[in-house]
Write a protein that binds this ligand. Structure first.
Ligand code: MG
Length: 402
């Protein structure tokens, strides 16, 4: 096809001609072209990014949000997700999700949604990979204990701590601390840290909302999977829940009689599919009137994505059930209690003897309150590292650096 023919068939005729006239289009031109071709008008276009705190020249072939994604992927905090529990500790075996596999499942669901809605997949991926890097060891139990211990210095929130990690604690560059992420990536995580404020008035970017929705779809489904696999729940018990019952009905309609051995995997897949399908059809309807509008217009208009009312109610019912039947299961409570006690003991020991903190955290004591520094050190630990440190606290001398 000649350039003239391509121009004629191009939905945005000027662009192909622009490139033809300029044999070496700049990275900015290429990015602009790609985004205009692939993204919806209301997606967050990287060409509209507010940039980084420390200005950097554009990359030859990676756009700002894919650079953010790579920086998060290569961070120490991201790698430690493999050693942090999601709901179940290592004492429950190795099948179940860790914080890392949860994160990858969220990323997968979020990218699928973003692609269908023609949102910015690179930004979505960066946000999804980052969304849980602030979690302390031992999940919500660790968070509760740290929040108590750090009460006098403003408490602890894993969402806020993720921001501290990417702006202060990660050391990747000579001239500044942190990862120097784009303003939109940081703002997305900040929205997670201030959920109540983000629920009213100006809406967060659609990409931020998609990651939040994908997070809850992923954990509802994989917690069902893990709990059944570990014998904490049976499919019979779960079938009291309307969403699960509907999923089972659809599976039986499609497959007939399903052997028990394969039912769990089919059920989890069906649960994800039904929730994503419902969400997408709602989103398409919500976004239809905004074709041609820019992302800032939708934020100003307070456009919020979500499930249908019926699906939202069914999901609420499932989450209430999981809260009681899984998260408060009698097998989990003593494990969590013991982990919480270890974190508290470690915290109080370090509070009495801050000289036992690793060097780089002792350095932070000059500018940050002691209890916050101790909390940051503990929150960055994997479950196993936390156990090892707790076992060492009766020994003398500084703890090894990390
Ligand atoms: Mg999560």
């Amino acid at each position: 096809m000649t350039i003239a023919e391509r121009n004629e068939s191009s939905p945005d005729k000027g662009i192909v001609r622009d490139f033809a006239a300029d044999a070496t289009p700049s990275a900015a031109d290429r990015l602009s072209f790609r985004e205009r071709m692939l993204l919806a008008s209301y997606a967050m276009h990287a060409t509209d990014s507010r940039g980084r705190l420390h200005a950097e020249p554009p990359h030859g072939y990676r756009d700002p949000f894919s650079r953010d994604r790579d920086r998060i992927l290569h961070s120490s905090a991201f790698r430690r997700l493999s050693g942090k529990m999601q709901v179940f500790t290592g004492e429950f075996g190795t099948y179940h999700r860790t914080r890392l596999t949860h994160t990858l499942e969220v990323t997968s669901v979020a990218r699928t949604i973003a692609r269908v809605l023609r949102l910015n997949e690179d930004l979505v991926e960066a946000l999804a990979l980052m969304h849980d890097i602030g979690h302390p060891p031992f999940g919500h139990c660790g968070e509760d204990v740290l929040a108590d211990c750090m009460g006098p210095v403003g408490g602890f929130s894993h969402n806020q701590f993720a921001l501290t990690i990417v702006t202060q604690l990660e050391q990747r560059y000579q001239s500044f601390a942190g990862l120097n992420l784009s303003a939109e990536t940081l703002a997305g995580q900040d929205t997670r840290a201030h959920k109540a404020e983000a629920a009213v008035g100006r809406a967060p970017l659609l990409e931020v909302q998609v990651v939040d929705l994908a997070d809850s779809i992923a954990y509802d489904a994989h917690d069902v999977d893990d709990a059944i696999q570990m014998g904490l729940l049976s499919i019979d018990e779960l079938s009291e829940i309307r969403l699960v019952r509907l999923a089972l009905d659809r599976l039986r309609d499609r497959h007939g009689v399903i052997p028990v051995s394969g039912l769990r995997q089919l059920l989890v897949h069906q649960l994800v599919d039904m929730q994503v399908g419902d969400l997408l059809s709602q989103c398409v309807e919500t976004l239809l009137p905004y074709e041609g509008y820019k992302t800032s217009d939708l934020c100003d208009a307070g456009v919020r994505l979500g499930h249908s009312e019926s699906m939202a109610n069914q999901r609420d019912e499932l989450e209430r059930f999981l809260f009681e039947a899984v998260y408060r299961h009698e097998k989990l409570i003593p494990v969590r209690k013991a982990a919480g006690d270890r974190i508290e003991r470690l915290f109080e020991t370090l509070d009495r003897s801050p000289d036992r903190l690793p060097l780089r955290f002792r350095g932070r004591l000059e500018t940050v309150a002691k209890r916050r520094v101790i909390g940051e050190y503990i929150a960055g630990m994997t479950d196993q590292f936390c156990n090892d440190r707790a076992a060492q606290i009766d020994s003398s001398g500084p703890m090894a650096d990390w």
